[in-house]
Design a protein around this ligand. Sequence first.
Ligand SMILES: CC(C)(COP(=O)(O)OP(=O)(O)OC[C@H]1O[C@@H](n2cnc3c(N)ncnc32)[C@H](O)[C@@H]1OP(=O)(O)O)[C@@H](O)C(=O)NCCC(=O)NCCS
Length: 159
Amino acid sequence: MQIGLCDKSRMTGDCHVRFRERLGVRFPRPTRPGVLFSQLRLSVGWGIPNRKAIATGLNNTIYSLCSERKNEIIGYGRIVGDGGFTVFIQDVIVKPPYQKQGIGTAIMTKLMEYINGNYTTGTYIGLMATKGREAFYKKFGFIERPNEQFGAGMIQFIK
Ligand SMILES: CC(C)(COP(=O)(O)OP(=O)(O)OC[C@H]1O[C@@H](n2cnc3c(N)ncnc32)[C@H](O)[C@@H]1OP(=O)(O)O)[C@@H](O)C(=O)NCCC(=O)NCCS
């Protein structure tokens, strides 16, 4: 298993090519990063935004990581935010056949290393755990809401 860093964190075609070059893997034909991203989301049963939204979202990502086995991207995680004092961890995904082998932990460890190395004390680090995955994130110092001090995290999706 390899965890590669996409400089500037973008899972753009360009980044993807560099990532493969670093691993010494020949890159037969550029694969659209949005397609790879959609495949990852679909593999864990998540819906996919439209193509334009995905392209914009990936391009505006602060930092991202891929885990690759042979020619397949099997894991991913990214950081979005304001670039100053607020970041969110998003789309931490390991394809089901590869789960429970430590890949998700390796991705989270590197995402946290990046945040701790590039952001200042007091930076707000947010994420929304999927149901049943809270313990996975607690290992990295995240706390559940609501609690005595904080209200619930709240979300909505545009219909
Ligand atoms: C959440 C997710 C990214 C975790 O990825 P993963 O690669 O399975 O993570 P790890 O293998 O590092 O750890 C998962 C569990 O497997 C255990 N594990 C790790 N290596 C193991 C091994 N060799 N044998 C058995 N168990 C193992 C870990 O202890 C961990 O247990 P915990 O969840 O109770 O802490 C993955 O389950 C996933 O993609 N889920 C669907 C998408 C999702 O919900 N993403 C999170 C959005 S917030």
